[in-house]
Design a protein around this ligand. Structure first.
Ligand code: AQP
Length: 334
C-alpha cells in the first residue's frame, strides 16, 4: 500500500475549505492507503499565536478530524511537536533548499503581505519543514487543497537535490505525488470569491466553520456575496463570476457531483432559491460532525491518549529514516 501523509494547522476551527479541500479526501483514502495524519502545531507558531490556547486548539483539531471520519487506530493521528524527527530533517532540508526557490512561494507572499520585514524567518522556511513532514515517512502521496501545490513541487525539488548531493543520485527520498481532488479543491471566501477561505481570516462571515450551528450556516450563506444575474445553465457561464463558481463548487463537492450537474438542476434560478438549498445541504452534512466533535471534546484525556499513541507509532517509522538521512549528510556518530 502506498503511504499517505498530510497535515493541518491548529490555527482555528477547521473550515469548510479545509474539510472539502483536504479532510474529506483524507477520510476516503483510509480505505486503501497506509495513512498518517498530523496536526501541525510547529507550523502554527510560524505566525503570531496565543500560547494559552495552542494546546487546546491542537486537541480541537484532533477532535474535528476524528469527528470527520479519521480512524486513529487504522491510520496514525498525532501532533507534530511530539515527533522530533520532523525538526531534525527540517534543518537538513533548510540547508538543501535554495533561497531562490523559497522566494517564489506565493503562500509566503500572501501571508507576509506588506509586512514582509516583520514576519518570522520560520514563515519563510515553512516549506522546508513541510517537505520534512512528508519525507520523514517516505510518504509518496499527499492529499491537499490546491493552495499547497507549489509547496509540494518544492518538496520534490528538495528531495531530488538531497538525493543528488548525498546519495549519488539514488532515490533515498521518493517522488511525492500531490492528490488534489474534487470540484472544491479551492473553496473561496464567502465575502470575496477571489480569496481563499481561511480559518484565520479576521472575518468570521468569510467562512463556514465545522462547528457552526444551523442558523449560523444559513445566515452566512444568505449573506454570501453574489452577483445580480441568475445562475447559468452550464459551467462556461461561471467564467468571470468567482462567487457564483464558488457556491456551485461547494454544492457539487458536497453531493459528489460536478458543476455541470448542479447547473442542470439550478441553472436559470436566482440566488435566493439556490442559497436556501445550499444552506440546507450544508446543515445536513456538517451538523453530525459538530455534534460528534463536541462529544469528543468532553473527554480530553481520551484525545490526549490517541495523540500520544499516534506519536509513538509515527516515531517508529520516522526515526530510522531520519537517522539514515543524518548518516548520509555525514554527521559523526559516537
Ligand atoms: N479554502 C480552501 N480550499 C480548499 N482546501 C483548503 N485548505 C485550506 N484552505 C482551503 C487545505 O486544508 C489543508 C490544511 O490546511 P492548513 O491548515 O495546514 O493551512 P492553510 O492551507 O493555510 O489553511 P487555512 O485554513 O488557510 O489556515 P490558516 O488560516 O491558518 O492559514 C491543506 O491541505 C490545504 O490545502
Amino acid at each position: 500500500m502506498q503511504r499517505i501523509f498530510s497535515g493541518i494547522q491548529p490555527t482555528g476551527i477547521p473550515t469548510l475549505g479545509n474539510y472539502l479541500g483536504a479532510v474529506r479526501n483524507w477520510v476516503k483514502l483510509q480505505d486503501d492507503h497506509d495513512c498518517i495524519y498530523c496536526v501541525v502545531d510547529l507550523h502554527a507558531i510560524t505566525v503570531t499565536h496565543d500560547p494559552k490556547t495552542l494546546a487546546q486548539a491542537t486537541r480541537e483539531m484532533a477532535a474535528a478530524l476524528i469527528a470527520s471520519g479519521i480512524d486513529p487506530v487504522g491510520s496514525i493521528l498525532f501532533h507534530q511537536s511530539a515527533v522530533h524527527a520532523h525538526l531534525r530533517l527540517s534543518w537538513i532540508f533548510e540547508c538543501v533548499v535554495r533561497i531562490g526557490w523559497l522566494n517564489r512561494m506565493t503562500q509566503f507572499k500572501d501571508k507576509a503581505g506588506k509586512d514582509r520585514e516583520n514576519v518570522s524567518a520560520a514563515l519563510y522556511t515553512y516549506p522546508a519543514l513541510m517537505a520534512a513532514d512528508i519525507l520523514a515517512y517516505h510518504a509518496t502521496r499527499v492529499p491537499v487543497g490546491d493552495d499547497q501545490r507549489q509547496h509540494l513541487e518544492l518538496a520534490n525539488d528538495v528531495a531530488q537535490k538531497f538525493n543528488f548531493d548525498f546519495c549519488g543520485g539514488d532515490s533515498f527520498f521518493p517522488v511525492i505525488e500531490p492528490l488534489i481532488l474534487g470540484p472544491a479543491a479551492r473553496v473561496m471566501s464567502l465575502r470575496d470569491g477571489t480569496k481563499k477561505m481561511s480559518k484565520s481570516d479576521p472575518s468570521d462571515q468569510s467562512r463556514i466553520n465545522l462547528t457552526d450551528d444551523a442558523d449560523t450556516i444559513a445566515q452566512k450563506i444568505r449573506r454570501a456575496k453574489t452577483d445580480p444575474e441568475p445562475l447559468p445553465s452550464d459551467p462556461a457561464g461561471l467564467e468571470g463570476r468567482p462567487e457564483a463558481r464558488n457556491l456551485v463548487g461547494i454544492y457539487a463537492a458536497l453531493t459528489d457531483t460536478d458543476h455541470a450537474t448542479v447547473l442542470r438542476d439550478y441553472g436559470g434560478r436566482g440566488f435566493g432559491d439556490y442559497k436556501k438549498a445550499l444552506a440546507d445541504l450544508l446543515v445536513d452534512k456538517l451538523t453530525p460532525i459538530a455534534t460528534e466533535m463536541r462529544r469528543l471534546l468532553d473527554d480530553t484525556a481520551t484525545i490526549d491518549a490517541i495523540l500520544r499513541d499516534g506519536a509513538a507509532r509515527a516515531e517508529t517509522i520516522a526515526e530510522p529514516i531520519v537517522r539514515q538521512a543524518e548518516q548520509l549528510v555525514g554527521f559523526l556518530r559516537v
